[in-house]
Every structure is written in C-alpha cells, then in structure tokens.
Design a protein around this ligand. Structure first.
Ligand code: PLP
Length: 396
C-alpha cells in the first residue's frame, strides 16, 4: 500500500522550527512559528486558564462523550465573546459547533459550504496564512485570490481590494481575517470594514471570518469591530474561532465554527449539517480545552484576570514592535519604519527578497518562514540588535 509514496517536502512554517533546531549556532533566533512567547522565550499558560483548569479537573466526574456539536456552554460563551451584545440579538439565527481548534473550524466551514454548494469559489487575501490554502482547498472548494497588501506602503491595498470585491458574483465566499492579519499585520480601519460590509451585503457575498487573534491586536473589543459591523449588516456569515493564542490553549485544540443564518429555521438545519460533517470526519471534538474556556468565561473574576493577562501580552508585543522600529530607525535614519508600530498582532513581513531571506538564515542565523514573516513575540532585548543589524543590512 504505502511503498508508492514519496517523501513530502516539509510544511513551510513547521519546517522552519526543524531547521532552527538543527542549527548549532548559539546566536540563532527563531522568529518562525506563530506562538506567543514571553520575555523568557516561553509560551505561557495564562494564570486564569490554569485556575479554570484546576477547578475543572477537581469537579470532573465523567469522561463520557460530549456529542458532535461539542460543549454547548462553550459554544454560547465563545459567540458572546466574539459578537458581544449582538450574540443575544442574533441568537435564534446562529448555529455553532465546537471544533478542533481554528483549523478545524476553517475546514468544517469549507466542508459545510462544499456540502451546500460544491461549485462555490472562496476568495482569500494575497497574501494569506500559508495553511489557508491546503485547509480550505482540500475540501474541494476552488480558491481564488483578492489583492490585500501593498508591499511598498506596507498597508492594506484597500482600493484594489474594494474593486476586486465589487467584481465578485453573488454567492462568492470571501475569507477575511478579523484582526491581526497573518502574515502582514496590516489591518482594515473601521471605515473600511463598513465599506466591505456594504459591498458584501449589496452583492450577496458570503463573508467567512477567521478570528484567531481576538485580543492580540488592541483589545478584545476593538479587534472584533469589523466582525460585528458585518454580523449586524449581512444576512449570512461564517466565523471560525480559535482559542489557541488568546487562551494559550494551543495543544488542547479548542475552537468553534459559528454560522449566522437568515432565519432560525435555517440555523436549526445548519446545526444538523455541522454535526453530520463532524460525525463523518472525527465524530466529536476533544472536550478539555473548550471546557476550560467555558468555565473561565462563566466566572467574572477569572474572566477579568484573563483579560488583564491578554492585555499584558498585547502590550508586550506593541513594545517589541516599538523596540525593533527604534533600532532599525537608528541604523537607517532615511528609511521609514513606522509600519512596524502601525501594524497589529504577532506578525509583519520583513519585505526582504529571496536572496535576502536566504542570507538572513545563513549569515545571521535568523529563522523565518519562506514568505519573510516575523513573529514579533520572538524579539527580545537580548536579540533585537542582531535582528536590526541583519534587516538593516539586507534591506539593500
Ligand atoms: C490566521 C490563522 N487562522 C487560524 C489559525 C488556527 O489556529 P489553531 O488551529 O491552532 O487554533 C491560525 C494559527 O496559527 C492562524 O494564524
């Protein structure tokens, strides 16, 4: 059976970690995989999450199955976290399924679209997160691209994006990053979100929102302004939520796929399809991470503590952006590095060409994925000068 298989090339992002580990240099720096790290280089579990987890384990009396839709309290609380007051207004029109992380939500959303309308085309930003294409494309949906990033201005190419959306046919699916665009860090303004919502509504497009970094851009509310503008305005929307980053629950694989439907009757039908897709692929999601999140969000004290911990993480990322900006500015006074602090979240693109990226690794022992994305959380007071030296040299 298996002798016909050839070895596959490494995953573009996970392969960076393997290359980093193999480098014997004591000065090597890993700006690759997208996990938050603190000043010690550790990816911490927030204290509030640990408290919720301990309480959960202490009170757990069964490990019986949860059902294909997962933990229903988690589903309700995650919708409330993402949509705020809109959650109760739209309650009847919403169908939610707990998923295997944000990736599971993206895939299940793509499967749901494919089951409903197999000829649908899903439009993703150029560039987008490297895993969007395989995750969504493997469902059988056709993938196309819309312009998003202006590399010269290091900002959203909004006019081009707007024009592209205006040309899409009714029923086209548009994948949008809710915040902290991966890999560019370039964000839509609230006014631009309103324009997008207007086009989506007028042209009958289906927005599919990827919310993997709520709280990592500015704060838990600001980061979902665009999502809420759309949810309020459009009749149908899909939302893929990940709890990996903001709850620090990466390996627990907690996420949700939320479908806002035109009516309560449709939402009830959609829930049966969500459950069937899950049942056919993996039957039921893992319970632990979602149960922790449900417990934390239900407890006002833990929720407040967690919010403060997320705020501390984002403050750190913003200060690291400012630190790298100032060190680069000092080395190249004639170049504007203001984009580093204008962009949001864990990622930015260095803007190096291919030879520059190769030298980043060979000459400076700095590891980034092939698109030149940096994980800002990998910067520290100890390594910032090495990074600034490398980038200032290689920008040409
Ligand atoms: C843009 C984006 N979407 C979704 C995800 C999925 O996250 P996970 O499946 O780890 O919850 C990630 C993770 O890196 C991401 O960067």
């Amino acid at each position: 059976m298996f002798d016909v298989l050839d070895r596959l090339p490494p995953d573009p992002i996970l392969g960076v970690t393997a290359a980093f580990r193999a480098d014997p240099s004591p000065h090597k720096i890993d700006l690759g995989v997208g996990v938050y790290r603190d000043e010690r280089g550790i990816t911490p579990v927030p204290e509030a999450v640990l408290h919720a987890e301990r309480a959960l384990i202490a009170g757990q009396s069964t490990k019986s199955y949860v059902g294909p839709l997962g933990n229903l309290e988690f589903n309700a609380r995650i919708v409330e976290l993402a949509l705020g007051p809109l959650a109760s207004q739209l309650k009847e029109r919403i169908a939610t399924i707990q998923t295997v992380g944000g990736c599971g939500a993206l895939r299940l959303g793509a499967e749901l679209i494919h089951a409903t309308s197999p000829a649908s085309v899903i439009h993703v930003s150029t560039p987008t997160w490297a895993n969007h294409e395989p995750l969504i494309g493997n469902s059988g949906l056709r993938l196309e691209r819309y312009p998003y990033y202006d590399a010269a201005r290091r900002d959203v190419a909004f006019d081009a994006m707007h024009d592209a959306l205006e040309r899409l046919p009714a029923g086209a699916v548009v994948l949008l990053h809710a915040c902290c665009h991966n890999p560019t860090g370039a964000e839509l303004t609230p006014a631009q979100w309103r324009l997008v919502a207007e086009i989506v509504e007028r042209r009958g497009l289906l927005p599919f929102i990827d919310l993997a970094y709520q709280g990592f851009g500015d704060d838990l509310e600001t980061d979902v302004i665009g999502l809420r503008v759309l949810a309020e305005r459009v009749p149908e929307l899909l939302l893929a939520v990940s709890c990996s980053k903001n709850f620090g629950l990466y390996k627990e694989r907690a996420g949700a796929l939320v479908a806002i439907c035109r009516s309560g009757t449709t939402a009830a039908a959609v829930a049966t399809h969500q459950a069937r897709i899950a049942r056919r692929m993996y039957s039921m999601p893992p319970d632990h991470g979602a149960a922790i999140v449900a417990r934390l969000l239900a407890d006002a004290g833990l929720r407040g503590q967690w919010q403060q911990e997320v705020e501390a993480m984002v403050a750190r990322m913003k200060s690291l952006r400012a630190l790298l900006q100032s060190r680069l500015q000092a080395r190249r006074p004639g170049t504007d590095f203001g984009w580093l602090t204008r962009q949001r979240g864990m990622f930015s693109l260095l803007g190096l060409d291919e030879p520059g990226l190769a030298r980043l690794r060979s000459d400076f022992h700095i590891y980034v994925p092939p698109d030149g994305r940096i994980n800002v959380a990998g910067i520290s007071a100890a390594n910032v000068d090495q990074i600034a030296d490398a980038v200032a040299t290689l920008l040409g």
